[in-house]
Design a binder for this molecule. Structure first.
Ligand SMILES: Nc1nc2c(c(=O)[nH]1)N[C@H]1C(S)=C(S)[C@@H](COP(=O)(O)O)O[C@H]1N2
Ligand SMILES: [Mo]
Length: 246
């Protein structure tokens, strides 16, 4: 290695270090601190999240042509449900919007189907290394947020499933993003139960675990502290990142 290239290397390293510090300052200034910013990985979580939000807030998840839809999509195993939970599938499915909305409301699947529809062929990517491509059909979350009058103080959407351990949250960049979809259909039919039917929130810019199945409630909030252990979702409680951008 010539001295000059070593010098370049050191300069690049310094610049990276300085930009890391600068990014952390920007993150604080613009409120880009993720809920799991404490603990040993916290600084890394903040840098990843803040950098992504500064650089790619409006970026789109990749969409594929229909001929690339996976022939045998893989549904992750869902924990066995007690009978009381299974009964939810027999009743009319209701999605309740509460918290920081001007007009909190409960919507049935037929209510949702009166709102604009979006179809998109995107990939589900599990943190364990597998993925598949499917067409997802549903109501853009932003439509429902407008219908219920999301209040300007709201900063996060927290969503809950009939499975108590499956709840998560997203910031407004993802909540208002056109590809974030309340999905009720997949490929050529209704959304099958193993894939999250009758209603699943698809967040295609993040790893599969943010796309929670069996959604029944969405709460708008200005802080994630009151929910669970205050880390923004069940995932960081088990060691996964709250922000799982792909
Ligand atoms: N309610 C609920 N949602 C869930 C899960 C779950 O077990 N229960 N698994 C998550 C995980 S870890 C992944 S990777 C994806 C898997 O989606 P798939 O079953 O469509 O492949 O769903 C996510 N959503
Ligand atoms: Mo996963």
């Amino acid at each position: 290695m010539t001295p000059i290239s070593r010098r370049n290397l050191i300069a690049t390293g310094l610049a990276a270090g300085v930009s890391g510090v600068a990014a952390a300052r920007l993150a604080t200034r613009y409120g880009l601190i993720p809920p799991d910013s404490g603990g040993i990985w916290g600084a890394g979580e903040t840098l990843t999240y803040a950098a992504q939000r500064i650089l790619t807030t409006h970026s789109l998840a990749r969409e594929f042509p229909r001929n690339l839809i996976s022939k045998a999509p893989f549904a992750n195993e869902v924990a066995p449900m007690p009978p009381a939970m299974k009964e939810a599938f027999q009743r009319d499915w209701l999605l309740t919007l509460d918290g920081m909305f001007a007009r909190p409301v409960s919507l049935s699947l037929s209510d949702l189907k009166t709102l604009p529809v979006r179809r998109q062929v995107t990939e589900v990517v599990c943190e364990e290394g597998w993925s598949y491509i499917a067409e997802w059909i549903g109501t853009p979350l932003v439509e429902v947020l407008h219908a219920a009058g999301l209040l300007p103080q709201a900063r996060y959407l927290v969503y809950f499933s009939i499975e108590r351990d499956w709840w998560d949250s997203i910031d407004l960049a993802d909540a208002l993003h056109p590809q974030t979809l309340l999905t009720y259909a997949m490929n050529d039919g209704d959304l099958p139960v193993p894939f999250g039917g009758p209603l699943r929130l698809r967040v295609p810019r993040q790893l599969g675990y943010k796309s929670v199945k069996y959604i029944t409630r969405i709460t708008a909030a200005d802080s994630l502290k009151p929910f669970g252990k205050g880390l923004g979702s069940a995932s960081p409680e088990g060691g996964y990142s709250w922000y799982a951008g792909i």
